[in-house]
Ligand binder design. Structure first.
Ligand SMILES: [Zn+2]
Length: 94
């Protein structure tokens, strides 16, 4: 199967502005990716704008695909529950 956005991790770097936890969750949903992180420098990233100091890269996300949200996450062994889902989904359905 071809990779989708949900197989990706987006890394971005911009100056002088922290990334808040709620912004991280929003940006994962916004980009429809498995993970979003803010880098501590622009090393290895591509500049996105001529005028803005914003950089990014997209790489395959780590982890296994969650059966519920299809994000690639660390999926705990829940064989006793016969399910293969990530911690975030487990919190929602249990
Ligand atoms: Zn999940």
């Amino acid at each position: 199967m071809s990779p989708t956005a949900l197989d990706a991790k987006v890394t971005m770097y911009w100056k002088d502005q922290p990334l808040l936890d709620e912004e991280q969750a929003f940006l994962e949903s916004f980009f429809i990716v498995s993970a979003f992180e803010k880098a501590t420098s622009a090393d290895g990233l591509t500049k996105l704008s001529e005028t803005l100091e914003v950089y990014a890269k997209v790489v395959p996300a780590d982890g296994e695909k969650c059966d519920r949200c299809w994000k690639k996450r660390t999926v705990a062994d829940r064989s006793a529950e016969a399910t293969h889902i990530c911690d975030a989904c487990w919190e929602v359905i249990r």
